[in-house]
Design a protein around this ligand. Structure first.
Ligand code: ARG
Length: 462
């Protein structure tokens, strides 16, 4: 019936049942119930503060809203699609419970400023949860990096073995990606934490509201400056999903490495059984499903980012119903992000690192050729000439099916008289990483120093 609808007054026909189902958002926006109730409580308090509601009215409304929250949490709330969204469901229930007084709550407010406020409150919490989850993953990574600070492995460019590095150093590269992700999340939070309430539908309200008062109650940094912008802006949601897309991109790159490393061709690590699954036909299989799924799920978040950009690009000021489509991409992004981060934080410290295999691979592919060139430079040869000489050394090794440390001193001296017997120290992966002993370098001593700095950064809260 039209009179069920809070806006039914000017309508003469009931809403078409299909349209009702099509336009309702309560199926997904009920997730905002806590933020909706918190926003309504603050709004009611502000209305009493400025004299629009009496203190007794305020108390009855606030108590009614708190009881509704308990009812929802107990699973006893009957959500109705006829009441469209979370806002009208809660408001209608308030009137059921406390009578006509409930109808005063919407004074000086619109669902337009209400929904924008709810989503910002929701994302503020979501960002804090994401930040904490990234931090937990960073802690897990540092733990493994410390254990493997001196573990040799091949470093790659073009996925070809390039130069030896330490496993701890590689993991600390992941740590840095995540450190930037946290900066982005925190930066985005500053723009999320601005309050739309008071903008009402679009033009503000004729009541003597105190927006600073409401903002303070809700923990917002400030009320939004412009009422039209306040109800129509969704940049903050796009920024969040964009920051989340970069986190997922990083997790996906890590996934790719974990998958390669756990293959029998690389055989660098073994993922814990508890994080893998088998094949229903091939009894020998153990599949790296978790990293594969994280790699796959990054696509959902990229899709959500595109969806939100497209959602906003042609909207005139101010609010348009299109905006109802902002929630599902945001919710799905947050779920995907938190789920992926949490499973990684458990899985990564539990992986088995196969040190001997990594050491063996570190020596493959003439990975210390650059060290030999650097050695020649220290002997007074120009780098370009040294590069040329080492090219010939590699050719010799290739032609004779040997690795660099297996060549004889005579043969090496045949290619450059500058080479002495101590050359073999620089030709081992151990010597190679140890020599890269500067800030940001892969020497085990540098990795340990970087871990100490990483720990300090983790301890320093924002
Ligand atoms: N469910 C709506 C949304 O998510 C709430 C705002 C509706 N406002 C309106 N004027 N129809 O955006």
């Amino acid at each position: 019936m039209t009179k069920e609808k809070p806006w039914g007054g000017r309508f003469t026909e009931p809403t078409d049942a299909g349209v009702e189902a099509f336009t309702a958002s309560v199926g997904f926006d009920r997730r905002l119930y806590r933020q909706d109730i918190a926003g309504s409580i603050a709004h009611a308090r502000m209305l009493a503060h400025v004299g629009v509601l009496t203190e007794a009215e305020r108390d009855a409304i606030v108590n009614g809203l708190k009881e509704i929250e308990i009812e929802i949490e107990a699973g006893g709330f009957a959500w109705s699609a006829a009441l469209e969204d979370v806002h009208m469901n809660i408001e209608a229930r308030l009137t059921d419970r406390i009578g006509d007084l409930g109808k005063k709550l919407h004074t000086a407010r619109s669902r337009n400023d209400q929904v924008a406020t709810d989503l910002r409150l929701y994302l503020r919490e979501g960002i804090d949860a994401a930040d904490a989850a990234v931090e937990r993953l960073q802690e897990a990574i540092v733990e493994v990096a410390e254990r493997e600070a001196g573990t040799l492995m091949p470093g790659f460019t073009h996925l070809q073995i390039a130069q030896p590095v330490t496993f701890g150093h590689h993991l600390l590269a992941w740590f840095e990606m995540l450190a930037r992700d946290r900066e982005r999340l925190r930066d985005c939070r500053r723009r999320v934490n601005i309050m739309p309430l008071g903008a009402a539908a679009l033009a503000g309200t004729s009541f003597p509201i105190d927006r600073d008062y409401t903002a303070k109650l809700l923990g917002f940094d400030a009320p939004a400056e412009n009422s039209l912008d306040a109800v129509s802006d969704r940049d903050f949601a796009i920024e969040f999903v964009s920051a989340a897309a970069l986190v997922m991109l990083h997790l996906s790159r890590m996934a790719e490495e974990l998958i390669l490393w756990s293959s029998s061709q690389f055989d660098f690590i073994e993922l814990p059984d508890a994080f893998c699954t088998g094949s229903s036909i091939m009894p020998q299989k153990k599949n790296p499903d978790v990293p594969e799924l994280v790699r796959g799920k990054s696509a959902r978040v990229f899709g959500s980012l595109m969806a939100l950009l497209a959602l906003m690009k042609a909207q005139p000021l101010a609010y348009n119903k299109d905006n109802q489509e902002d929630k599902e991409p945001v919710f799905d992004t947050l779920d995907t992000l938190l789920g992926s981060l949490r499973v990684y934080a458990e899985m990564i410290p539990a992986m088995q690192v196969k040190r001997e295999n990594l050491r063996r691979a570190a020596a493959l592919g003439f990975s210390t050729a650059t060290d030999l060139a650097d050695y020649l430079v220290r002997k007074g040869i120009a780098f370009r000439d040294a590069h040329e000489i080492v090219g010939r050394v590699v050719r010799l090794a290739l032609d004779s099916g040997r690795d660099l440390p297996e060549l004889d001193l005579d043969e090496l001296q045949g290619l450059s008289a500058a080479i002495g017997p101590e050359v073999f120290d620089v030709l081992t992966p151990e010597g190679s990483v140890k020599a890269r002993n500067h800030l940001g370098g892969t020497a085990p001593a540098q990795v340990r120093a970087a871990i100490r700095r990483a720990r300090k950064r983790l301890a320093k809260k924002s």
